[in-house]
Design a protein. Structure first.
Length: 559
């Protein structure tokens, strides 16, 4: 059980509590009861009265709100500094709320009535509670555009070769006027003028608890803290340090992949819930095309790829933006781009991506449907948009026969697809890459005709996911796999912006090539004639029908 001074110290680490007067903070510490939670422990059960307010001091919890029929209507991850039960205090009624610890956590709990009495006594505490409640409203009701902003970051290194990543992160954050404190095991930081440094390991051993707590007390109000540590330290020591961390960046080179798997398994054996806050940071050399595929660690969230430069043919600038994407992640910014379907027109997305790059805009996540899935996945693999455009021009060059047909470009794409020519064409650039190995997270959209629902693919074979998303009905048969009949995603979601929002993007760019529909069909307005070849006319009707559907879908999803 924590004594009163320890309770005060833990409270002081929270940004909202650090603004309180010493008298208010001490009164709060005397009123709360600390509760240590294990992974899976339930804090609030559905349908039960919420008679307590809980302040999260360490760890993560998951909050789920359900409607009267038991359907989930909202799910949020709760992290250090957030509060549970503020709404219940205001509403005075039971909530259909469930809160479960997803990792080891520490919360301070107190009866709602007692908190009301304290807020009546201390006006600064009253204002803080209003701000916490307003923050909950902004995040859960008004769709707050700010992603989690981790203030304590663990950076683990599988070897010394990745230590430069921390230095680059610190320098970039400092250039954005952030105050940084580094605590770790590398004494070279002690002479660094840009940061305040505290050595937490001496002679290979973790410093005593009293010294660590004294350092934590010094951090109050200082800004962001980075733990910069060797991943091979004693797992129990690392667990003590990383319990403070909001997120963990695990830096590893491809040759250290197996070693990293063993180290991460040791840490997750202590608390499996930490898997949700570990982000692998693959540090790639200039010749490496893709990071290793580690199915053993697929439960981890998406990874980052970092390189100082690349010398591969056709490689673009995306891979060189790894540090910048890490910085955006730490600052609560995630930029996504949704690429719509549109057959041959979809190649125009590559021009959009190039234009964004020329203006210094590099995305953190991509979602694509049909042609957008193909161009988006190629770009997410790190290929330069101009190089990709030239490759597609060469690979999809029309023969004289298709040039002579009305709508010959569509007929050629259909011919190539039905002859299974897209698979080998795409594997020239993607080989057998899995989605997890791409430079940035990619989501392809297709539709299952059996369930009548969209399929969002963010894992699995990249080429296979593309082939599913461009499988246009009824010009080709559904791909039958695992009880699913899979066709082009444009049937339900032609511009998948909502997929990016659901995956944490707070800034979304949409690129569509079907928003404007050409007001002519089969030459009716330009020539006044209709093809007498019934088969060709029927196919053109089907293709026009699909184009209209995609155009309508694009308008609705981009509003």
């Amino acid at each position: 059980m924590l004594d009163n001074e320890s309770l005060l110290l833990e409270l002081a680490k929270l940004s909202w509590a650090s603004t309180l007067s010493e008298e208010s903070r001490r009164a709060l510490a005397e009123s709360v009861t600390p509760m240590e939670l294990g992974t899976g422990d339930i804090v609030v059960r559905p349908g039960s009265s919420v008679d307590n307010v809980s302040f999260i001091i360490q760890g993560r919890l998951s909050a789920t709100v359900r409607d009267a029929f038991g359907n989930m209507v909202l799910e949020r991850t709760l992290t250090r500094g957030m509060a549970i039960g503020i709404f219940a205090m205001a509403l005075g009624e039971d909530m259909t709320l469930e809160v479960v610890a997803t990792e080891r956590a520490l919360i301070y709990q107190m009866p709602t009535l007692q908190l009301l009495q304290l807020t009546a006594r201390f006006h600064d505490l009253q204002m803080v509670m209003f701000r916490l409640a307003a923050g909950n409203v902004r995040s859960m009701v008004l769709a707050d555009r700010v992603c989690p902003h981790p203030t304590v970051v663990g950076v683990l290194h599988q070897s010394q070769t990745t230590r430069w990543v921390t230095e680059q992160l610190v320098l970039r954050l400092r250039s954005l006027d952030e105050t940084i404190t580094v605590a770790g095991d590398d004494s070279r930081w002690m002479n660094h003028r840009e940061v305040s440094y505290q050595l937490w390991y001496r002679d290979g051993a973790l410093i005593p608890e009293e010294e660590r707590q004294a350092h934590v007390q010094e951090w109050r109000g200082r800004g962001r803290v980075l733990f910069d540590l060797d991943a091979e330290h004693n797992p129990n020591d690392l667990a003590r340090l990383l319990s403070y961390a909001d997120t963990i960046l695990w830096c590893v080179t491809p040759r250290e992949a197996e070693q990293a798997v063993r180290s991460i398994r040791k840490l997750l054996a202590i608390d499996p819930g930490w898997g949700k806050k570990i982000r692998l940071v693959w540090v790639l050399d200039p010749q490496t095309t893709f990071s290793p595929f580690l199915p053993e660690l697929q439960q981890l969230p998406f990874s980052f790829k970092v390189a100082t430069s690349t010398s591969r043919e056709g490689a673009g600038q995306l891979i060189n933006q790894g540090i910048e994407r890490l910085v955006r992640h730490l600052r609560g910014v995630c930029v996504g781009i949704a690429l719509g379907g549109g057959a041959a027109r979809g190649m125009a997305h590559l021009g959009v991506l190039k234009a964004l790059e020329q203006h210094g805009i590099f995305v953190d996540m991509i979602a694509g449907t049909s042609a957008g899935a193909m161009t988006g996945t190629i770009y997410a693999a790190g290929m330069d948009p101009e190089f990709s455009t030239q490759c597609f021009k060469n690979d999809l060059k029309l023969s004289w026969f298709f040039k002579s047909l009305p709508g010959g470009g569509y007929w050629y794409l259909l011919h190539q697809y039905r002859r299974n020519r897209f698979d080998p064409m795409l594997r020239k650039y993607l080989d057998n890459a899995q989605m997890d190995q791409l430079v940035v997270p990619m989501h392809t959209i297709s539709v299952d005709l059996v369930e009548g629902k969209p399929l969002i693919r963010s894992t699995g074979d990249a080429v296979r996911n593309i082939l599913e998303s461009i499988n246009l009905p009824p010009l080709s048969l559904p791909i039958v796999n695992s009880g699913q009949a899979i066709v082009d995603g444009g049937l339900l979601n032609n511009v998948p912006a909502v997929v990016l929002v659901a995956n944490g993007c707070n800034f979304v760019i949409a690129s569509t090539v079907t928003a404007t529909l050409e007001k002519d069909f089969m030459g009716i307005r330009s020539t006044g004639k209709v093809s007498k070849h019934h088969f060709l006319a029927s196919i053109q009707v089907l293709m026009r029908q699909n184009l209209i559907q995609c155009s309508d879908c694009s308008r609705r999803h981009c509003l």
